[in-house]
Design a protein around this ligand. Structure first.
Ligand SMILES: Cc1cc2nc3c(=O)[nH]c(=O)nc-3n(C[C@H](O)[C@H](O)[C@H](O)COP(=O)(O)OP(=O)(O)OC[C@H]3O[C@@H](n4cnc5c(N)ncnc54)[C@H](O)[C@@H]3O)c2cc1C
Length: 406
């Protein structure tokens, strides 16, 4: 009998990671990605211990380790005074088996795609999904360039990110997408371009009045520093409005520099000034809950539950957990009754996702421009906040989708 065929939409990071698990079940897998090739953009991502545990089982951790910087703690400092305010564990090896790993997104994506191809996954770039048609015994994906016929599979996974077409065209067209009021600006700098002292071992978080900056080495040799500023920024009228703001790189640089003007931490100014390219993008989130499946299609990763960054690097962890639970359910239940599998998938995943979603929103809502007095109070009590937040982060690192009852 022919192997069931799975169509995956999106070769970001959820799609390729999920394909590895499905290949291990003997399924035929094809990934379709709208971009013409893997994206070189996106800065650097932090992979938490619970993500690395899964990536290790998928056979890619050893390779990733050679491409990223291992991070045990994030030092928290005041951007204004340079004073240490506390620290946050990013993974205790003796407790979780791993520290965190800060790695350029393009490297992560390339390693996952390379492994997927080794295992026989078909990866097709330059294919923009425009429509999904479900039938009694299969599903058809139609692409912008592809004529009426489209590509046929037994089931389809929407790994196409926050602006998912699988979601908007088929699974739930009215799911709310909300601008969080915060935008992120980021860049990467060679360490040799910096003359001011770097006041952190691997990663520093600098709290400011009009935004905060995280800065981290992002390669194993610690020669490159990635930084990302999170800032309250007014919504633009349209996608084109954001595009225009982001494309004026010099203006973006000037705005970020102004927010950290007068900082006692010399390397902040240098990080921004010495970055050749500075990017800006708004952070959107999906409304809480929602529906994640139809008869033959299911959403994974950001397509199902995009949220603001959690602070404990849980975005990609959640996507990997989705993939593990779905693969375990396929193994247990087979593929004859897909809807039953998808219903159970949502039941297992939603409580975990909700918990992280609520915490992520709470943290993100705290990103507001504030006055010097409010900031002084915030920095005075930062150590207490860090104690509570550390507890919730530790808990999220402990979650193991291989051990959860399905
Ligand atoms: C500012 C910020 C910082 C973050 N930092 C971290 C972090 O440090 N650690 C962490 O774990 N998580 C982090 N996250 C969350 C993490 O980035 C996401 O959870 C993760 O990228 C989700 O991956 P994905 O593959 O589901 O979606 P995406 O990465 O968005 O990939 C979706 C893919 O689908 C493709 N696609 C879209 N539409 C179509 C279509 N119609 N046809 C074909 N292909 C299509 C896209 O081109 C893209 O390649 C952060 C998020 C933000 C906003």
């Amino acid at each position: 009998m022919a192997q069931p065929k799975v169509l995956i939409i999106g070769a970001g990071i959820t799609g390729p990671a999920t394909s590895l698990l499905l290949r291990s079940l003997g399924l035929q897998v094809s990934i379709y990605e709208l971009r013409p090739s893997p994206s070189p953009l996106g800065g650097a991502i932090s992979l938490a211990p619970n993500a690395l545990r899964i990536l290790d089982k998928l056979g890619v951790y050893e390779r990733l380790k050679t491409l990223g910087c291992s991070v045990a703690i994030t030092q928290v400092l005041s951007a204004g005074t340079g004073k240490a305010l506390g620290s946050l564990s990013f993974g205790d090896k003796s407790l979780h088996g791993y520290e965190s790993l800060r790695i350029p997104r393009r490297e992560l994506q390339n390693v996952l795609l390379e492994r997927a191809r080794e295992l026989g996954v078909e990866v097709v770039f330059g294919k923009k999904l425009v429509e999904v048609v479900e039938q009694e015994n299969g599903v058809i994906a139609k692409f912008e360039d592809g004529g009426e016929e489209g590509v046929r599979g037994d089931l389809l996974l929407g790994c196409d990110g926050i602006h998912s077409v699988v979601r908007s065209r088929l699974v739930q067209s009215d799911r709310l997408l909300v601008y969080t009021g915060v935008a992120v600006s980021y860049g990467v700098v060679k360490k040799t371009a910096l003359t001011a002292p770097i006041p952190f071992d691997t990663t520093g978080f600098f709290n400011g009045r009009c935004g905060s900056i995280i800065a981290s080495y992002c390669d194993a040799a610690m020669t490159e520093v990635y930084w990302a500023a999170v800032m309250e920024v007014q919504n633009q009228e349209s996608k084109d409005g954001w595009k225009a703001v982001g494309e004026d790189r010099d203006a973006v640089k000037r705005d970020v520099l102004k927010r950290f003007e007068g900082s006692a931490v010399g390397c902040i100014k240098e990080l921004i000034e010495e970055s050749e390219d500075v990017y800006l993008y708004p952070v959107w989130k999906l409304g809480h809950g929602g529906n994640w499946h139809s008869k033959r299609c299911v959403l994974l990763g950001d397509a199902a539950h995009a949220m603001p960054p959690h602070g404990g690097s849980q975005g990609f962890s959640l996507a990997l957990e989705d993939a593990v639970i779905l693969a375990r359910l396929f193994e247990k239940e087979g593929l004859d009754d897909l809807e039953r599998v998808f219903v159970r998938f949502e039941e297992v995943r939603k409580p975990r996702v909700d918990k992280i979603y609520i915490q992520a929103n709470k943290n993100w809502e705290g990103i507001k421009d504030i006055g010097w007095f409010a900031n002084m109070v915030k920095e005075f009590f930062m150590w207490i906040y860090l104690i509570f937040f550390a507890k919730s982060v530790e808990e999220s690192y402990m979650y193991d989708p291989h051990k959860v009852e399905i």
